[in-house]
Design a protein around this ligand. Structure first.
Ligand SMILES: Cc1cc2nc3c(=O)[nH]c(=O)nc-3n(C[C@H](O)[C@H](O)[C@H](O)COP(=O)(O)OP(=O)(O)OC[C@H]3O[C@@H](n4cnc5c(N)ncnc54)[C@H](O)[C@@H]3O)c2cc1C
Length: 487
């Protein structure tokens, strides 16, 4: 380790980190604080928290990849979204914080041969993350849309919780300030000397004799250059990380095991105004978790209209009541899987996803139970988001809804993507990375983001992504060989 300052020769940085999201930002901060010379390249722009209205179309344009219009092909195709800005998904997400359950970590340890995965150790890391991100419950009462989830679940006797968030609250910002990466770990990384270059996209890793030598990057103005480094840590997220590795010729078990939490939606109308355009509900209903969970989505008028759009002929005239409506989702832990493929000559990868029959049935059942939950909460009408859906006013309508449902008619989407470079022990046939995220076959490259999750966690994933990233980077720092023995 050189400790500080720029390295000499064709080395621009001791450690190059690609991507500055929930995996990349803590990776950069901890390395810089340990004295490493760190350079972070981030494809998207640096946009401070508060500069754009949360969940607005303007935010989607500036901070989401392709304005939020990205899709995994299949029957049905599944719309997905990724952050593309400094801080990645942490800047635009709902901030809902879940520790990975101990039973999940134990299953991962046993099923994938991850002997070093210690649930107690992860818990200790999460204590730190909670402190660093100011994870807390709302200081006051929850919003109307959140209260409806609580009320419906209480009426049905279903388990429900207010989920804490990474937010700070003050008189100036009573609705909260999201403690995303640009508020927390990225300033820490800078403070410790890391250089962060936004609007700089990594295109390809140049590998010779089993060692990564350069990364070819392109700036927003089209300027191209090569960056030299000793160690490379790829944190570009569960779609872009495998895409970059595949473009660079690293293919073994890369991009073959995409896991997601597919969701279906509905809009519910109540008797008085409750819509909150720039925030999401904090309650989730976990009676059927981890297989099936319910929660609330962003509900500004454009998004309410979108959730009515599948059956616009029947539902469209209700849009005048948008202030009395909010959008809710049913999310499942899918048994299907998807792929990320790099297509020569194309900038974006091809993403596919196949739901299983059981997934499809579960989505139909989940949406029906969500309608019931909304009726119990006091909704006078519920509008499920699939073509030819009925207006739901009674329990009998819920049965009709379930009869008519099919995933090929529904808008299925996800914001939780993972497992495209899964961690695995030496004997795990599907592993894309070793127990700590290092890529077998190339001596100085590791991955440290959502790609590493062995499979879908069944809870909002950011805390799991961060905990694994912090654990891995500490391991690299503490091992005197770092990634490959050069120091
Ligand atoms: C709308 C939305 C809502 C969500 N809500 C929640 C929630 O409430 N709770 C929760 O726990 N999780 C939530 N998530 C998921 C959570 O945000 C992700 O799990 C987490 O951000 C993943 O971290 P990551 O580091 O793997 O990827 P990201 O955070 O996506 O970071 C990857 C970064 O790499 C950059 N990048 C990509 N390719 C390149 C390249 N070639 N060169 C340079 N840079 C590149 C991207 O621009 C991005 O900044 C949500 C996600 C979304 C999109």
């Amino acid at each position: 380790m050189s400790g500080s300052g720029r390295s000499s020769g064709d080395i621009d940085a001791e450690v190059l980190v690609i991507g500055s999201g929930a995996g990349g930002a803590p990776t950069a901060a901890l390395l810089a604080e340990a004295g490493f010379d760190v350079l972070v390249v981030e494809e998207g722009p640096w946009i401070p928290q508060g500069a754009l209205r949360p969940f607005s179309l303007q935010q989607m344009e500036r901070q989401y990849r392709s304005g939020g219009v990205t899709v995994a092909l299949g029957r049905p195709s599944i719309a997905y979204t990724e952050g593309r800005c400094a801080g990645g998904g942490s800047e635009i997400n709902s901030g809902l914080y879940w520790r990975p359950p101990g039973t999940l970590l134990e299953r991962w340890r046993d099923q994938y041969g991850l002997a070093s995965l210690d649930p107690d150790g992860i818990d200790k890391v999460l204590d730190e993350v909670e402190r660093d991100l100011s994870v807390q419950l709302l200081p006051g009462a929850a919003s109307g849309p959140s209260e409806m989830l609580r009320r419906g679940a209480a009426a049905l006797g279903w388990r429900h919780d207010e989920v804490p968030r990474w937010m700070t609250y003050s008189d100036q910002e009573p609705a909260g300030r999201r403690q995303s990466m640009t508020e927390t770990y990225l300033p820490r990384a800078r403070q410790a000397g890391a250089r962060i270059v936004p609007e700089c996209r990594a295109e390809r890793i140049e590998i010779r004799n089993g060692r990564a030598r350069y990364v070819a990057v392109v700036g927003a103005d089209g300027t191209r250059r090569r960056i030299g480094f000793r160690h490379l840590i790829v944190c570009a997220g569960a779609i872009q990380t495998p895409a970059l590795l595949l473009r660079s010729g690293l293919r073994h078990n890369i991009g073959r095991t995409l896991a997601i939490h597919p969701t279906v939606k509905l809009a519910a109308r109540f008797d008085s105004p409750l819509n909150v355009p720039d925030d999401v509900p904090v309650h989730q209903v976990k009676e059927f978790a981890p297989q099936l969970s319910f929660g609330g989505s962003a509900s500004h008028p454009g998004l309410v209209a979108l959730s009515l759009a599948d059956s616009w002929d029947t539902f469209g005239d209700r849009i005048v009541d948008w202030q009395r409506m909010s959008v809710y989702y049913a999310a499942i832990t899918s048994e299907g899987h998807g792929r990320v493929l790099a297509i020569p000559g194309f900038t974006d990868p091809l993403v596919t996803y196949r739901l299983t029959r059981r997934d499809e049935a579960m989505l139909g059942r989940g949406l029906a139970r969500l309608s019931l939950l909304m009726l119990e909460a006091g909704a006078d009408e519920v509008y499920p988001s699939f073509r030819s859906a009925p207006v739901v006013r009674t329990r009998a309508d819920v049965a009709e809804q379930q009869r008519r449902f099919s995933t090929t008619r529904a808008t299925v989407m996800t914001v939780h993507l993972c497992s495209t470079v899964p961690l695995g022990g030496a004997r795990d046939q599907r592993r894309g990375a070793d127990e700590w995220g290092a890529i077998p076959g190339v001596s100085n490259v590791a991955v440290n983001d959502a790609s590493l999750l062995p499979d879908a966690p069944g809870v909002n994933p950011q805390a799991t992504v961060m905990a694994l990233a912090i654990r891995n980077v500490r391991h690299f720092i503490e091992s005197d060989r770092f990634l490959d023995g050069s120091s």
